[in-house]
Design a protein around this ligand. Sequence first.
Ligand code: S3P
Length: 180
Amino acid sequence: MQLQHHSSVILVGPMASGKTTLGKLLSKRLNLQFVDSDQDIEKRSGVSVRTIFEVEGEDAFRDRESKAIAMLAGQKGLVVATGGGAVLREQNRMALRQGGLVLYLKPDIETQLRRTTGDRKRPLLQNVDRRQFLTEMNAARDPFYRQVADLVVKVDNRPGKKMIGAILAKMVQKAWVTET
Ligand code: S3P
């Protein structure tokens, strides 16, 4: 499968929507390099996202995130998984739109809750009522994800391979990818 018309594919969407898992699978099918913006931030800083939140605070994390987004959006031939809050800043939204074909992975709340059971890595999910928090955050951010997205993909508990099959079928239909 080959990507057409766009330099990269960028995945946006809330926490636990499958950006990393589906991004890796998609990158293999499209023969592109996979990059995860949170992992890039962790590699550059040498510490975890959670530690950055704890030591420097969320604003400082968002500054690091904006730098990572600007850098990754400027590259070609990638499948980029972004953090759930990557769409919060307008400068990021502009960079994402210009950076490639943007897919919004939109999970149902049950899928998100199941996947985040016992999560200790995501700072925003600690010590909150997860159902309420995620429901409100999804609603608040949905317009931003839609603003940058070329396609909205509903994500449920289907296995990754099935999800990728459905995503690629849609991309072929739109002539964003060709079979060869
Ligand atoms: C965040 C999502 C996380 C990570 C950070 C903040 C958010 O990424 O960037 O914890 O604001 O939604 P994932 O979407 O990969 O969990």
